[in-house]
Write a protein that binds this ligand. Sequence first.
Ligand SMILES: NC(=O)c1ccc[n+]([C@@H]2O[C@H](COP(=O)([O-])OP(=O)(O)OC[C@H]3O[C@@H](n4cnc5c(N)ncnc54)[C@H](OP(=O)(O)O)[C@@H]3O)[C@@H](O)[C@H]2O)c1
Length: 272
Amino acid sequence: MLPDWADRGQIAAILLCAGALRLSILFLNGQKMVSDLSAVVTGASSGIGKAIALAIASAGGSLCLVGRDRDRLMAVAESCLLTARSVLAFQADLNNDYALEELTRYVEREFKSFNTLIHCAGIVTVGHFEKISVAQLDLMYRTNVRAPYTLTQALLPLLKTQKGQIVFINSSQGLQASAKNAAYASTKHALRAIADSLRHEINAEGIRVLSIYPGRTASPAMESLYKAENQSYRPELLLQTGDVAQAVINALQLPRSAEVTNIEMRPLIKSY
Ligand SMILES: NC(=O)c1ccc[n+]([C@@H]2O[C@H](COP(=O)([O-])OP(=O)(O)OC[C@H]3O[C@@H](n4cnc5c(N)ncnc54)[C@H](OP(=O)(O)O)[C@@H]3O)[C@@H](O)[C@H]2O)c1
């Protein structure tokens, strides 16, 4: 059951402030520190995005969570509230230009401390080249390439003022395309190009750009993929979403003298 404020058509925008007593404290070099990460996380309602949101919350950061599924988004927001400095949630289909514009205005208006943009929203469809339709390719392009491109462009002015950070959750398919992945891998190759080019352009302004290239990671999307391939799903043999989240947080919290540009990850024992 959702509260009244969450029932306003397509866009549900809320501000939930956790009390100072709920801040989780990091211990670094013997000193108490609360993370200054203030992140917009797309795809926060599920899988890797959810794990990253929870990790930032645990570090005492601030969040603006973005996803389509309102109930799952609100459930993640409630969990994050236990430890985060503040939590905003914004329901949006990122394939909708109007929703992207609304999200941008919302972040500008409500998320004053915003300094980190994390792109996790993404979709995957695999199959033989002759079977994946152009419509499926177009949908993956819109979600995996056009949406993060557009949102980054819109929020870059704010990130510049904060000397912020941008994270693109890419895929091992963004580095090396395997069979039955032509469409998905092409979108992730494009995403890599966007990150690399952008990094060259904006590093000089103090903005860090990170791409993460995970192999198969246990998530709802991966479970559906195994089902579609008629294979038994053994999540314990895959990367865990928390593994990816930990790598992201570690890179984001490095001293400003350093930048991690690319992280390749895979399960320790590869089962696929
Ligand atoms: N799992 C893996 O093995 C793996 C490996 C490498 C890379 N990746 C990448 O990691 C990212 C996350 O994947 P995942 O496995 O965590 O998938 P997931 O559990 O299915 O989560 C996908 C997330 O993206 C959101 N999303 C999808 N389309 C959207 C749209 N049009 N507008 C707004 N939000 C949208 C979903 O929101 P709703 O649920 O609210 O619709 C959900 O929060 C993707 O970019 C994927 O390519 C995953």
